[in-house]
Design a binder for this molecule. Structure first.
Ligand code: PLP
Length: 385
């Protein structure tokens, strides 16, 4: 059975070009980049090339503003914990109710240690309440962490506007851009953003490599202490093969940006329109005017999202209910709850997330199978008479 993979916000396949580029560093070029001898030292330049490639994708002015880490979660922890601990006085931590656990986790960690924490509301379309943000910013020096794009709904926050507000209030602004990087164009050097997190496995690099952009002049205390790698920001011998892979993935993502906003978006739109038309009692969650081009989150009244996922899985189709990290729990998604999604549909939400590797046949497969699944589950539902 052919696999139809529509869960690219959870993770992506490794691009063949990325795999190829990594292989020499898993076979012959295995030296330690910190070594004095030529055999080790020669790999250092490949790390610097990767740094330039990451910087180019996000439009950073200087590759030295890029630090390699192990995952998006580590980048978020470094920004939030490391950022807060580097400030003269404990800052007011401001975030939202729809962040990924990799942001809310470190925010709660700081709250437990006495930092003041505010979590902003979103409206029913998943948009941030900017008036409340403005009010909260007045309450003293802050470190604000707000995501660029939501992993469950794809809703995009206005990071330029937010950054301006944070800076006006004398704060530091971090954005979790793990879902935005590679899907929408960005030029971080021209935006009021101090730190930005991205992750390799969301952009066709392997799991286990990521990066954080730290604008020149922004203070961050390292979390991993030890050697002087990454200019003292993150100790540990560099994961050379994966860093090289991340660099190539960023290069590819830059080339595919145009395709994300055209072909991928067109497939997403056809999928969404087809589902809404063929499945009664279905609705889109999130602001359809300000969304990533690859994501749609759709609720189906009176049925369980988990049941739909399992039946799609039987037919070789991979999608997800809410965030992958939240699966395994039957709690409705915290994102949809924050958006006040109605009780009849909050349990029946499915996220489809596409990539440039998807085809029109993948969309056709869902449009053939999903209406039958929804019809069958509605027949079994005790809530539908
Ligand atoms: N932030 C967002 C918005 C995410 O979607 C994810 C992963 O799903 C992460 C952070 C965590 O990234 P990683 O899996 O690389 O730790």
């Amino acid at each position: 059975m052919r696999t139809v993979y529509l869960d690219n916000n959870a993770t992506t396949q490794i691009a063949p070009e990325v795999r190829e580029a990594m292989l020499p560093f898993l076979t012959d070029l295995w030296g330690n980049p910190s070594s004095m001898h030529t055999f080790g030292g020669q790999v250092k330049k490949y790390i610097e090339t990767a740094r330039e490639q990451v910087a180019a994708l996000i439009g950073a002015a200087d590759p030295q503003e890029i630090t390699f880490t192990s995952c998006g979660s580590e980048s978020n922890n470094l920004a939030i914990r490391g950022g807060a601990e580097a400030m003269d006085k404990p800052p007011h931590i401001i975030t939202s109710k729809v962040e990924h656990a990799a942001v809310s986790g470190p925010c709660h960690y700081l709250e437990d240690r006495g930092f003041r924490l505010t979590k902003l509301d979103v409206d029913e379309l998943g948009r941030l309440d900017l008036d409340t943000l403005q009010r909260d910013l007045r309450a003293g020096r802050n470190l604000t962490s707000l995501m660029w794009a939501n992993n469950e709904t794809g809703v995009v926050f206005p990071v330029g506007l937010i950054g301006e507000m944070v800076h006006e209030a004398g704060g530091v602004f971090h954005t979790d851009a793990v879902q935005a990087v590679g899907k929408i164009p960005m030029k971080i050097s021209e935006l009021p953003v101090d730190m930005l997190s991205l992750s390799g496995h969301k952009i066709h690099a392997p799991k286990g490599v990521a990066a954080i952009y730290i604008r020149r002049g922004t203070k961050v205390k390292p979390l991993v202490l030890g050697g002087h790698q990454e200019r003292g920001r993150r100790a540990g011998t560099e994961n050379v093969p994966y860093i090289v892979g991340l660099g190539v993935a960023c290069n590819l993502a830059a080339k595919h940006l145009e395709e994300e906003s055209t072909r991928v978006k067109a497939m997403r739109d056809r999928l969404e329109a087809g589902i809404l038309e063929s499945c009664p009692g279905s609705r889109v969650n999130g602001d359809t005017k300000g969304r990533l081009p690859n994501t749609t989150n759709i609720s189906f009244d009176y049925i369980e999202g988990e049941a739909i996922i399992l039946m799609l899985d039987d037919r070789g189709i991979c999608a997800s209910t809410g965030s992958a990290c939240a699966s395994g729990s039957l709690e409705p998604s915290h994102v949809l709850r924050a958006m006040n999604v109605a009780g009849v549909s909050v349990h029946g939400s499915i996220r489809f997330s596409l990539s440039t590797y998807n085809t029109d046949e993948d969309v056709d497969a869902v449009l053939t199978e999903l209406p039958k699944i929804v019809k069958r589950l509605r027949e079994l539902s005790p809530f539908v008479s």
